[in-house]
Structures are given as structure tokens and as C-alpha cells.
Design a protein around this ligand. Structure first.
Ligand code: HEC
Length: 213
């Protein structure tokens, strides 16, 4: 008799222990589990990493370019600054591409330099940016990433829109009213120039990134 009672109590104790453990498991480990589910993919997912790296590269390109542009405009006015865009823009992009192990560049639906002409995928994405902007999305936040198959190879592609922001010098060389001297220099360098007539808020173009996988 006594044995049976003992056994019952033991079983009861064991159950309690398990239940308590289960409770502690839930109470203590659930937050970690949840954190794992939300934070781990963000850390380990290569696609998310690539988007983050792309955003970083875009920021670096823009900061460097606009910095050089503003310094050149201060030093010798816009006609002098055209030289920066003409000679330095692609050099800066090439350097950043090497540094980050990707191909970064700028493009537009209305290009100035034919070397920056968009391919079919880039044209499609920029047209989508225009539609998304028209539907009310913040132009400064427009971006798109995708893994595409090109020539049988998987390639990561990323684009970030470049809106003409208030206070930026973009309209000096891409705007509706361009100083005749600036205009003349632009026409000399880029006889096929289509990159004029932009207003604050317009999408001047986009930064584009390509990375073969
Ligand atoms: C001082 C004149 C000047 C200013 C100011 C300027 N740009 Fe440009 N931009 C140029 C020139 C010149 C090119 C052609 C560069 C080349 O030959 O690759 C160009 C090219 C570009 C391109 C590459 C696509 C294309 O059309 O060839 C983009 C995108 C662009 N500019 C955006 C901007 C934005 C955004 C701003 C404002 C932050 C800006 N630019 C300000 C002169 C200027």
C-alpha cells in the first residue's frame, strides 16, 4: 500500500517538475526563440545582407559624388563642376565597385551620357518607380532588389531611385532653366543630352547595382 502511495507521489512530483520546467522553458526561452525567428534570418540571409551592402554602397557613392560636386561648384561654379561629373563620376563608381565586389553605376530614363543607358531590366524598374511615386510612395525610399537569371547565370540586382531633393544642386545642370554658359558646355560634351527639365521631386534616375552570384 505504502509503496503505491510513494509511487503516486513520485509520479506527481515528476509531473510537477516537468510542468515547471515546461513553464520556465516557455517563460525564459520563448523570447530567445522569438528573437531567433525574427533576428536570425536578418543576420544570416544572404539576400538581406546583399540589400544592406547595396544600400551602403549607394550611400557612399552619393555622398562622395555630391561632396565632390559641391566642392567643385564652390571652387569654380557649375561649369567647373561639370568636369567632376564628366570625368570623376564613372571613376568613383569603378573604385566603389572594386571595393565592394559589385558593379555600381547610375542610369536614367532620360540620359545625359549614352554610357549610362539602362538595360531592359533597369528601364522596367525605373518605370515601376515612376508608377509607385505616382501612387504616393516616398521617392527617397524607392528601391527594388531581385535575383535574375542572365545568360544562364544568377545575378543579384538592386536599384535605388535618385529624386531631385529640395536644396540639392541637381537643377543647375538638369533643371528647366539652365544658365546659357552651363548649357553650352553641356551641349558640347553631350550633344545627345536628354537629362534636362527636371524639377524638385522628380526622379532624375537611379543608382544600379549588379552582382553575379
Ligand atoms: C554641375 C553639373 C551637374 C550637377 C549639379 C548635377 N549633375 Fe548629374 N550629371 C552631370 C553630368 C555632366 C552628367 C554626365 C556624367 C557622365 O558623363 O557620366 C550627369 C549624370 C548624371 C546621372 C547619370 C545618368 C545620365 O544621365 O548620364 C545621374 C543619375 C545624375 N547625373 C543625377 C544627378 C542628381 C540626382 C544631381 C543632384 C544631386 C545631379 N545629377 C547634379 C552634371 C551635373
Amino acid at each position: 500500500m505504502a509503496k503505491t502511495v510513494d509511487a503516486d507521489i513520485k509520479v506527481g512530483v515528476v509531473h510537477t517538475t516537468i510542468n515547471q520546467r515546461g513553464y520556465y522553458m516557455k517563460k525564459c526561452f520563448l523570447p530567445f526563440l522569438l528573437m531567433g525567428f525574427t533576428a536570425l534570418p536578418a543576420l544570416a540571409d544572404p539576400a538581406t545582407d546583399r540589400v544592406a551592402a547595396s544600400r551602403g554602397a549607394v550611400k557612399e557613392l552619393q555622398t562622395t559624388l555630391v561632396g565632390e560636386l559641391q566642392a567643385a561648384m564652390k571652387a569654380g561654379g557649375p561649369t567647373n563642376a561639370i568636369e567632376v561629373c564628366n570625368t570623376k563620376a564613372s571613376a568613383i563608381a569603378t573604385e566603389l565597385s572594386k571595393k565592394n565586389g559589385l558593379q555600381i553605376g547610375r542610369t536614367s530614363l532620360k540620359i545625359r551620357n549614352a554610357k549610362n543607358a539602362p538595360d531592359a531590366w533597369e528601364t522596367k524598374v525605373m518605370k515601376e518607380f515612376e508608377t509607385r511615386k505616382a501612387k504616393g510612395e516616398d521617392p527617397a525610399a524607392l528601391e527594388h532588389s531581385e535575383v535574375v537569371t542572365e545568360g544562364g547565370k544568377k545575378t543579384f540586382r538592386y536599384m535605388k531611385a535618385l529624386p531631385v531633393a529640395q536644396g540639392m544642386p541637381c537643377p543647375v545642370c538638369h533643371g528647366e532653366k539652365i544658365d546659357p554658359k552651363v548649357r553650352a558646355k553641356l551641349e558640347k560634351l553631350y550633344p545627345q543630352d536628354k537629362a534636362v527639365g527636371f524639377k524638385v521631386g522628380d526622379l532624375r534616375g537611379a543608382v544600379t547595382i549588379k552582382q553575379p552570384l
